[in-house]
Design a protein around this ligand. Structure first.
Ligand SMILES: [Zn+2]
Length: 94
């Protein structure tokens, strides 16, 4: 699967790390460092959905939307949208 080291999110360059060891989450987006870490445990469709989910956080950060909504609502939005993208476009090319 494709694993780009950097993803351009509307001009925000987000560094990607795919070998997160001992992370207690499937993935994480750090708003301060603009980095995404994906657990090395994530494979196949789980990997795709996790990458899309974390990129959703980066997109809401870049757009400023995250400042206007709660953390709980942000989680719902990025989860719904990442599942929609993964299921609609069969994004197994990631
Ligand atoms: Zn999340």
């Amino acid at each position: 699967m494709k694993k780009p080291p950097v993803v351009d999110v509307m001009g925000l360059l987000v560094r990607m790390s795919y070998n997160g060891e001992n992370v207690d989450e499937a993935g994480h987006y750090d708003r301060t460092t603009k980095c995404i870490v994906i657990s090395e445990e994530e494979k196949g469709q789980r990997y795709v959905r996790t990458v899309l989910h974390e990129l959703g956080h980066a997109l809401l950060d870049r757009s400023g939307v995250h400042q206007a909504i709660s953390e709980e609502l942000e989680e719902v939005i990025v989860e719904v949208y990442s599942n929609f993208l993964a299921e609609t476009f069969k994004m197994d090319f990631l």
